[in-house]
Design a protein around this ligand. Structure first.
Ligand code: ADP
Ligand code: MG
Ligand code: MG
Length: 311
């Protein structure tokens, strides 16, 4: 039995990286943090022309047994990055440096994918994380998604809004979802679309469901009980739920369609009673759900990484 090393790609300060590292250690499996937050100023790395030629902080890592990709920190806006001083001083050089860093790190992940390292998640699935392709790829595969419009055209918004209640939110996500109201349809308000496109979506009034899928299996499903439109503003309670078989199969199918080995799916029930896919996250947080809902996503996930390491 060979024991390989699991690469944890993200910040040493990240609680998910820390928890997975601790749990792997408890299972007798070695891990290495590839600290993408402190790279390149503190963390030192070298790559050679060999696909497996990588040294991290003075240690030959080689081909890892598996990798957990938590975050690359390749943008000044990325969570945990503080580039405001550097940007104020010289934004052009700072952005160039971020681009160099991104090319290096994406290169590392691409090499591991070519080597067949089990990656949670593989960089080849990155393109599907962009919601306009993600939701339409799911729809094309016959999966239920809300009626959606991504646009910066005022007239298109007005036409869309005439079809029923509408929610709006950023194209990427991360900010609060709100209901589109009649006062939002004025010329003055819609002129803001010249600054950025926005997502407009059929408003789903039903319950919020979070499902975790790992290697083709549902490992946790939770109902987030809230009275707010966007559950992140106001989580009142998290409860485990048993998904109907058909919905569980749809969740697994959605992962297959998008090429994700693991994900946290956000679903919400529509006016018609059907659960619809809002999104699949490429690096879902899970500690809060485990703590609030009594699930064991952390355990399932680390045992899977450990299994790869034990060959
Ligand atoms: P993010 O990437 O920001 O998490 P989501 O699409 O998952 O984006 O939206 C965040 C939350 O906002 C959802 O979990 C849900 O609670 C609420 N929400 C998003 N879209 C809608 C919608 N069309 N109707 C009702 N609520 C929505
Ligand atoms: Mg979400
Ligand atoms: Mg998201």
């Amino acid at each position: 039995m060979t024991t390989g090393v699991v690469a944890l790609v993200g910040s040493r300060e990240d609680i998910h990286i820390q928890e997975v590292g601790r749990r792997l250690e408890a299972l007798g499996v070695a891990s290495v943090v590839v600290d993408t937050l402190t790279f390149p100023d503190e963390t030192r790395m070298s790559l050679t022309e060999d696909l497996a030629g990588i040294r991290v902080d003075g240690r030959e890592l080689g081909r890892p047994a598996a990798a957990y990709l938590r975050g690359l920190h390749t943008h000044p806006l990325a969570h945990g990055v503080d580039a405001s001083e550097a940007m104020a001083e010289d934004w052009r050089t700072t952005l160039t440096v971020f681009r160099e860093k991104a090319t290096f790190l994406l290169g590392v992940l691409g090499r591991w994918e070519r080597l067949g390292v089990p990656l949670y998640n593989p960089p080849s699935a990155d393109w599907v994380l962009h919601k306009p392709v993600q939701l339409s790829a799911l729809a094309a595969a016959g999966l239920p998604v809300p009626r959606t419009l991504w646009t910066n055209e005022p007239e298109a918004v007005r036409r869309f809004a005439s079809g029923g209640r509408v929610a709006y939110k950023p194209v990427m996500g991360g900010a609060a979802t709100q209901e589109l109201l009649p006062e939002d349809l004025t010329d003055a308000r819609l002129a803001a679309l010249a600054a950025s496109p926005v997502t407009f979506q059929e408003l789903l009034p039903g319950e919020d469901i979070r499902v975790f899928v790992l290697d083709g299996e549902v490992i946790a499903s939770l109902h987030i009980v809230t009275s707010a439109l966007d559950f992140r503003q106001n989580e009142e309670r998290i409860e485990q739920v048993v998904l109907p078989d058909a919905v569980a199969r749809q969740c697994v199918r959605a992962c297959e369609v998008l090429g994700l080995r693991w994900t946290g799916l956000d679903l919400k029930r529509g006016l018609d009673g059907e659960l619809k896919f809002l999104e699949l996250n490429g690096s879902p947080m899970f500690l809060g759900f485990d703590a609030g809902g009594g699930t064991d996503v952390a355990g399932h996930f680390t045992r899977t990484l450990a299994k790869h390491a034990r060959g």
